[in-house]
Design a protein around this ligand. Structure first.
Ligand code: ADP
Length: 431
């Protein structure tokens, strides 16, 4: 500032002195002051233009107040610039983080209109930002449970089906923030809901399976007392034994299934002679009480061995062969085949029994699923056999293919990857 005083004082004094020489001091001083005012005005104008558009105009160069103001403006501008950059970096980071979130996050305006949505909102809710900007969210998600949640956001999180698919279950929550700001958060809970349903069905199925034998036993125990005649006991005992055996089989099948699912037992990879294995299983099958003049044939296309867990494989194939005997009428033909191709190697169990209707095929490997539950109960099946087979094969990277035609017969084919097939091995014998 002092610069300006000294400058005007010096100019006016010098010009006044020159004016004194011409005896016109006041006039000279007046013109000097006038010119100085014009010059100052020009600098202020320059500064104004520069403030308006710093990219286009240069700041005025004038030592003193104008320079000080320009410098101050420039430093405030730099501070603002770096603050803006910091804020936009924060915003970018925030957007990148929310975009990476697996949960859908939608910022809602005061009237429930979409103000912003992250990427997951598209997959979970079908809300696309910026396409749905300013659209009211209750027009996008029409589920009544969600509408209720929107109306009273203090409610706990709710499970709502996604507008995109009825199989997609979302846990939705509305969170209030900064006064009237609202945040809709949706998390995919389909897997959890599926597991809960499975657990509920499982408990219901097991209870149902155990109820029949328990009711029979309970009925006998209620009727019997110490004075009951021996003939009553001898009639009841075989039935009681059969029912306890049934419960026992159910529990042991459940334990096998649970062990397989948990992967508690390590899987062996030993060379197994499939021809020998199928021959042994056929012999075992002939000992079954259901084996009524059935004909079991063996058809080996190859003498190759298979890298597998002999115990588990025997259990899986036995299940299929015993089913073929249990669920086909007397005299039916059952063929066990071992087919090796370049692509894969399959153990097939074929029968020419009654066959299974097509709509059952996809569900056969579900736990407790039975085609004819009356007949299955009669044969003492637990409904877990094919579920166990499926799990054993899964552990071996193999697949169970089922094809069947009513009145023609069924084929259960266990197909292993060709990489598991090896040449005949003399080192290990099947136990
Ligand atoms: P289960 O212990 O009742 O035999 P599975 O899981 O082994 O249970 O079999 C499921 C159902 O598949 C059986 O109840 C039966 O109805 C049907 N099934 C299995 N194998 C055959 C077959 N070879 N022929 C006809 N039906 C079969």
């Amino acid at each position: 500032m002092s610069w300006d005083y000294w400058r005007i004082l010096t100019i006016v004094s010098l010009v006044g002195f020159v004016g004194l020489l011409f005896d016109q001091m006041i006039l000279f001083m007046f013109f000097a002051a006038l010119l100085y005012t014009f010059w100052l005005q020009k600098k202020w104008n320059q500064m104004w233009l520069w403030i308006q558009n710093p990219k286009k105009y240069e700041p005025p160069s004038a030592e003193g107040a104008i320079d000080d103001i320009c410098r101050r403006i420039e430093s405030v501008r730099q501070q603002n610039k770096s603050r803006k950059k910091r804020l936009s970096d924060y915003l970018k980071q925030f957007q990148a983080a929310t975009a990476a979130l697996p949960d859908a996050v939608v910022v809602l305006g005061p009237q429930g209109q979409v103000a912003w949505a992250n990427t997951a909102s598209k997959e979970l809710l079908g809300i696309v930002w910026p396409r749905d900007s300013h659209v009211r969210v209750h027009n996008l998600i029409r589920d009544p449970v969600f509408q209720g949640l929107l109306a009273s956001p203090k409610k706990k999180a709710k499970i709502v089906t996604s507008p995109l698919s009825s199989d997609l279950y979302l846990e939705m929550k509305i969170v209030n923030y900064m006064g009237d700001g609202r945040l809709l958060i949706a998390r995919d809970m389909s897997q959890t809901v599926k597991l809960q349903n499975m657990r509920r069905d499982f408990v219901a199925n097991v209870s149902h399976e155990l109820r029949t034998p328990l009711t029979v036993l309970h009925g006998y125990l209620e009727t019997f007392n110490q004075e009951s005649p021996p003939e009553m006991w001898s009639a009841a005992l075989p039935v009681m034994r059969q029912q306890t055996q049934r419960m026992n089989m159910l529990i042991s099948d459940l334990l096998i299934l649970s062990q397989l699912e948990m992967g508690e037992k390590a899987l062996k990879h030993e060379p197994v002679d499939i021809c020998a294995l199928l021959t042994t299983i056929a012999e075992d099958a002939r000992q079954l009480k259901e084996y009524q003049s059935h004909q079991i044939q063996l058809d080996f296309d190859s003498d190759k061995w298979l890298l597998s867990d002999a115990g588990e494989l025997r259990s899986a194939i036995s299940n299929l062969v015993f089913n073929a005997i249990k669920y086909t009428p007397e005299g039916s033909a059952i063929t066990l085949r071992w087919v090796v191709t370049k692509k894969n190697a399959c153990i097939e169990v074929n029968d020419n029994g009654l066959g299974i209707a097509e709509h059952h095929l996809d569900r056969l490997t579900e736990r407790f699923y039975r085609v004819d539950s009356g007949r299955a109960q009669e044969t003492g099946g637990t409904g877990l056999g094919l579920a166990i087979v499926k799990h054993i094969l899964k552990r071996h990277d193999a697949r169970l293919n089922i094809s069947s035609e009513l009145g023609v017969g069924s084929q259960f084919s266990c197909c292993f990857p060709a990489t598991k097939v090896i040449k005949k091995s003399k080192t290990i014998k099947l136990s």
